[in-house]
Structures are given as structure tokens and as C-alpha cells.
Design a protein around this ligand. Sequence first.
Ligand code: AMP
Length: 198
Amino acid sequence: MIPLQKFANMLNIALFGPPGAGKGTQAKKMVEKYNLVHLSTGDMIRKEIAEETELGKMAAGIIKRGELLSDEFVVKLIENSMAQHKGAEGFLFDGFPRTVAQAEILDRMLEKEGTPLNGLICIHVPFEELKRRMLQRAKVEGRADDNEEAIEKRFREYNDKTIHVANHYKRKGVHIDVEGNCPVDEVFASIVKAIEKM
Ligand code: AMP
């Protein structure tokens, strides 16, 4: 059994921002510096699709269209991954929560473990720059959902459903804004500064 003290010392952070804000890039650096377990729902889903599991088959079309998967589906993925990492020093949630319902479920899951979400780090980048980055990534990575139509849909999903997650954590007083329209290392320095204050 993990001593309760250990849970109280955990560092749990969610990286938040629209598609193309640089969450994945910053997540890699944060995981390395703070020894966090990286929980990216997007990565988990892409793995299910690549392995052609039942979940993957259900998700493939939805992801390709740029729509959000059901809360139930992604919560299951997160729950399973957290259970596999009992005793972690902390979790870095990347691309989750993406709806207020997911945020409420996450809060309850962490509460049950006796540890809070220490911060929601929101990366801000102007829309035109986001679009430019996404189209560039489409050329380099060839992700199924990096076509122009899916990109538009992902921005709409973000504005309709995801943006409200920021307000949920603003009300809880753990929301932190970070400027993301600058070099990777500068964004990372701002994130480190924010974490040191948590
Ligand atoms: P990402 O790699 O985080 O940009 O996620 C890629 C795609 O996976 C999204 O456009 C959604 O279709 C799906 N996805 C990832 N995370 C979530 C989530 N928390 N809730 C619903 N769908 C998600």
C-alpha cells in the first residue's frame, strides 16, 4: 500500500490549450523535469487504433472527423492508466479533461486518492498561428486528423465544449495562463515558474 503521505506530496498538473498550442512538446519536457506520469488521451487512443482493438475501431472514425470521443470512453482510458501507476510522483494530464463533465470526474477520482489537481496550465496562442502550426504538422506527421476539415472541427469542438474547462478550474483557483506564442524553451520557462509557485 502507498502511504497517504505519498499521495499528499503528489504533483498533478493538466496541460490545457487548443489544438496546436504545443501541449505535447511541453509535456515531454515537464515529464522529464518533474518525473510525472504522462497521461495523454490522444496518444492512448492512437495506440488503440494502431493495435486495432475494439476500442480503437470504435474511435477511428470519430478521431478522423475531429470530433470528441464520449466522456465515458476517455474516462475509462484515464482510470485504467492511473490504476497502472499507483505510487506515481504525479500525473501530467495532456488533452484531458476536454469537457466539464470530464473535469468533474477527474476531480472526484483525485479526491478519492486524497490528492488534488495542483494546476491547470493554459497555453495561449493566437488562432492564425495555431492554424499555421496544425497545417505544418499535417505535412510532417501525417496524422489522420490533421486534414483541413478535421482541424476546423477540432477548433469548433474546443470552442464549444473544451474552453469551459478553464472556467471550471478558474473557479477553483488553480488556473494558470502561459504565453505560448514564443520559442519552446521560453514557454517551458514560464511553465516551470508557474509550477514552482504551486
Ligand atoms: P489530441 O492528440 O489530444 O489532439 O487528441 C486527438 C483526438 O483524440 C481529439 O481530436 C479527439 O477526437 C480525441 N480525444 C483526445 N482526448 C480526448 C478527450 N479528453 N475527450 C474526448 N476526445 C478526446
